[in-house]
Design a protein around this ligand. Sequence first.
Ligand SMILES: C[S@@+](CC[C@H](N)C(=O)[O-])C[C@H]1O[C@@H](n2cnc3c(N)ncnc32)[C@H](O)[C@@H]1O
Length: 262
Amino acid sequence: MTLTHLSPPFDPGTVWLVGAGPGDPGLLTLHALNALAMADVVVHDALVDPRILAMVRPGAIVEHAGKRGGRASVAQTTITDRLIVLAQAGQRVLRLKGGDPFIFGRGGEEALGLAQAGVFFRIVPGVSSGLASLAMHGIPATTRDTNHAVILATGHCAEGHETDWAALARAGIPIVLYMAVTHVASIVSSLTEGGLDAGTPVLVVCSATTADETVVEARLDELPRLAAEGIVHSPAILVIGAIAGFRAEILSHLLALRSDAA
Ligand SMILES: C[S@@+](CC[C@H](N)C(=O)[O-])C[C@H]1O[C@@H](n2cnc3c(N)ncnc32)[C@H](O)[C@@H]1O
C-alpha cells in the first residue's frame, strides 16, 4: 500500500487546507505528506517549520503568506483571494498552516471564502501546538482525577470579541493559551482578579517540537516577569492549571528510578 493509495486524489484546480503540526515533521499526517508531494503551489504561514517546507515537491512554487518574522502583515482577504486565483488557474494549491488549520488558524475564513467562490477544497487536520505541547511534556489534557474538560483560548482576539477572563478563571478548568505572550501581564491580572490563585502552576512551551524548544515551569504570577525578561517568548503555549504540575511529578519518578539504578 503506497501513500498515494491511502490519500484522496489532489485534483488540479482544488485547494487543500492542511495542518502542518507544531514543527516536528514526524507529527505530519500522511495526508499532509501526500499533499506536499503532489502540490503545484504551497502557500504557507510563518510558523510552518523549515524542515516541512524542505519536503515540498521539487519544482513546486512556494509562497509565504505569514504575518510574522518582520514581514508586512498580509490581509486575510488577500490570502484567500490568492488561493482562489491559483485554484482557478488549475493549480493544485496546498494551503499549509501551523498546527491545526481550524484552531486559531483562520482556516474557517479561508474555507468559507473558497466555498463562496465555488472552489473545491479539502481540510486536513493537523496536530495543534497546544495539544502537542501538553502531550510531548507528559501532561494529560484531562484526567479522571483532576479535570474532565480543558479550555483552549487565545490571548489575541479580534476587536470587539474580548475574552471574559474572569469567567474562564471561575470555570476551574485548565486553560491552554495560544498567542498570549504580548498581553500576558493583563491576562494574568484579569485571571487573578477573576479568582484564579496567583500560585496556580503554569507550564510554558516555546517553539514546541522545534530545535529551539524551551520549557518553563512557573507560577501564574511569575509570567509577566518571565515574558518581560524574554524567558517566555513567542511562539508559546501557556498551560495554566493543576495539570501543568504533571510533568514535574512524572520527572520526579523517573529521576528516582535513575538514582535507584546508579
Ligand atoms: C495563529 S496561532 C496558530 C495556531 C495553530 N493553528 C495551532 O493549531 O497550533 C499561532 C500561535 O500558536 C502557538 N504556536 C504555534 N506553533 C507553536 C509552537 N511550535 N510552539 C509553541 N506555540 C506554538 C503560539 O501560541 C502562536 O502564537
